[in-house]
Design a protein around this ligand. Structure first.
Ligand code: URA
Length: 448
């Protein structure tokens, strides 16, 4: 059947667009800088479906291979922010500061950090995600607490920020929807690793969230996204520049992620360890990193006069934690879930534990049921790995190095396979030999 003369054909509809996708892809493929107009258009057109998934995938691969300059990344980030809503905390009675971690094994720092910073007079709006793969998600950890709910409306979030001072909740679908769509494509096209795309993805959500100050915890090591110091530095600088250009006071810490943080990886296990930190105990690396990030957040929010160590020691941070959990329906006094089965992993030699690989522990925790393979799967609250030794500790043959926890014991074999080759024990006399791990400071550098 022929079309009426005035019906818009596909060709005329396309003509109304200021650019076309092939032109933009070819420009990046040929190592040209994209113009502001090309960037604005391609992000917007992709969000409304006028640029096809396969075209955006090709562009993402061209960006991965050929990079982007500072102006391009900044414009790309602004275009992703413009694809959705922006929150506004300017009406709050105190300044705001947020923290973002690029993700690591045993990284439960948000849990003690948010109430600690709030206890020092700076409000913390933490919009978090769920875990996928070997690093756990903050929401999964908090959902181990009976009754706690992650979903809050914007009004509920604002009210809790004013009243309690800290909120950790799920990011609504209204923030940077272009990023959500693009991240799903990157995930299945081998383009997650592009630094301009990682930086713009993280920063578009944080800038849209409306925080006044932002501290980035950029992890480096075997258990991190960024395996080398050089890549971690480039990502950190790119994100600090993006935040600064957008008027958000932004600094980054490069932190160690070759070995897990603390002694636990897994949801309820990590909540328990976080509560120990809030009670004035907990592993040294978790306490050190919590305090280092808290100092940066307070300074960025103009409160460098406050020492967060005091609020940890005198119980004020614990009080805020209990109020923060209760405000979202959780019972801070409830018993945490415990896995039904455990399995001990023992040392087979005397000596010093010189290496405990973060990726091996993260994979083991994941395979025990602490994480999910596909978005939407449920996780086991009690599953995970409890470490009994860290690098630098003396061990004897037969000592328990780690305890594996799961509700489904058929998972033990695959978890043990993940841990195989994941640690080294060297003879005690070799403590000063090359290859024997010295005690490592968790904070490696500061950028910003
Ligand atoms: N986290 C994000 O939010 N985006 C990325 O691209 C990578 C990690």
């Amino acid at each position: 059947m022929s079309q009426p003369a005035d019906a818009p054909t596909q060709k005329t509809a396309q003509k109304t667009e200021p650019h076309d996708a092939v032109e933009v892809i070819a420009a990046k493929r040929d190592r040209h800088e994209l113009t502001d107009s090309q960037i604005d258009w391609v992000v917007d057109a992709f969000t409304r479906g006028a640029v096809a998934d396969e075209q955006m995938s090709a562009l993402a691969m061209a960006v991965l291979l050929n990079g982007m300059g500072r102006r391009e990344i900044s414009r790309w980030t602004a275009a992703m922010i413009a694809s959705g809503e922006r929150l506004d905390f300017s009406g709050l009675s105190r300044p705001t500061a947020d923290k973002h971690s690029t993700g690591g094994v045993g990284d439960k720092i948000t849990l003690p950090l948010a109430p600690l910073v709030a206890a020092c007079g700076v409000a913390v709006p933490q919009l978090s995600g769920r875990g996928l793969g070997h690093t756990g998600g903050t929401l999964d950890k908090l959902e181990a607490i009976p009754g706690w709910r992650a979903a809050l409306s914007n009004d509920e979030m604002l009210a809790q920020l004013e009243d309690v001072g800290a909120v950790v909740c799920a990011a609504g679908s209204g923030l940077a929807p272009a990023d959500k769509k693009l991240y799903a494509l990157r995930d299945v096209t081998g383009t997650v690793e592009a630094i301009p795309l990682i930086a713009s993805s993280i920063m578009s959500k944080k800038i849209a969230e409306g925080t006044g100050a932002l501290v980035l915890d950029v992890k480096v090591g075997t258990g991190a996204f960024m395996k080398t110091r050089e890549d971690a530095e480039e990502l950190a600088r790119t994100m600090v520049d993006l935040g600064t250009d957008a008027g958000v006071r932004t600094v980054a810490l490069l932190t160690e992620m070759s070995t897990p943080l603390g002694l636990t990886a897994g949801n309820a296990l990590e909540v328990r360890e976080s509560v120990e930190v809030l009670a004035g105990g907990g592993p040294r690396d978790v306490v050190d990193l919590t305090l280092a990030l808290a100092r940066e957040m307070l300074a960025a929010a103009g409160r460098e006069d406050v020492d967060p160590a005091d609020a940890l020691a005198d119980g004020r941070a614990m009080d805020v934690w209990r109020r923060m959990i209760a405000a979202q329906g959780g019972d801070p006094s409830a018993e945490l879930p415990v896995a039904r089965h455990t399995h001990e992993v023992r040392a087979d030699a005397d000596g010093v534990l010189t290496r405990l690989d973060a990726m091996a522990v993260g994979l083991a925790a994941w395979r025990l049921g602490a994480g999910r393979a596909r978005a939407g799967e449920s996780v086991q609250a009690g599953a995970g790995v409890e470490l009994r030794a860290k690098p630098g500790d003396a061990v004897r043959s037969g000592d328990v190095l780690a305890v594996l926890h799961t509700d489904t014991p058929e998972r033990f074999d695959r978890a043990l396979a993940a841990l195989e080759g994941g640690w080294d024990v060297a003879p005690a006399g070799a403590a000063s030999s090359p290859g024997v791990a010295p005690a490592v400071d968790v904070v490696l550098d500061r950028i910003g």
